[in-house]
Design a protein around this ligand. Structure first.
Ligand code: IMP
Ligand code: MG
Length: 164
């Protein structure tokens, strides 16, 4: 396994993203994390967001091993997002299918605005035209694990992002 992004780089970037989000949402924000990949990134990020903040989660599955599949909704959000400014947080945007699916769900539930924050963006792999508003790192089309990202549910607890 080769380290692609180390702990220091992650920490610095998460702080930057948190500061930007703080500036952009002076009236507060509803953060919706996509489980399970968001967990490490979200928990570090919200500590850097200094504005009123509600946290909710949506659990969707899109992955079988390393092949992107259709999206399955396992567990929906519970907070009422009607007329709220929502920020989706996920580990990575790859084909874009997951973010596209979750964005549509939240807009259907009446969110006033829906923006997207991801730690990693694999732009080359996009199949659905959806873009992230806040991106930590743009990475090439390689399979990565760690800092929330898994391969068959393993490696999420690595404190770095590594190429498998
Ligand atoms: P998308 O729907 O293709 O954009 O995929 C998004 C989801 O696929 C992410 O939330 C991850 O769970 C998973 N995923 C995509 N690329 C990788 C990777 O390189 N390593 C681990 N999981 C990935
Ligand atoms: Mg995920």
């Amino acid at each position: 396994m080769k380290v692609l992004i180390n702990q220091k780089q992650i920490k610095r970037k998460v702080k930057e993203l948190g500061e930007q989000i703080t500036k952009d949402y002076p009236n507060g924000v509803v953060i919706v994390g996509i489980l399970k990949g968001c967990t490490l990134f979200l928990s570090d990020l919200i500590r850097e967001v200094k504005t009123d903040c509600v946290i909710d989660f949506i659990w969707v599955k899109s992955y079988n091993g390393i092949r992107s599949d259709t999206i399955k909704l396992i567990c929906n959000t519970t907070y009422n997002v009607s007329s709220k400014d929502v920020l989706i947080v996920d580990d990575i945007i790859d084909t874009g299918k997951t973010i596209d699916f979750v964005k549509k769900q939240l807009l259907r539930r009446g969110a006033r605005s829906v923006k997207v924050c991801v730690l990693l963006d694999k732009e080359e792999a996009r199949k659905v035209p959806v873009k992230a508003d806040y991106v930590g790192f743009r990475i090439p089309n390689v399979f990565v694990v760690g800092y929330g990202l898994d391969f068959n549910e393993q490696y999420r607890n690595l404190p770095v992002v590594a190429v498998l």
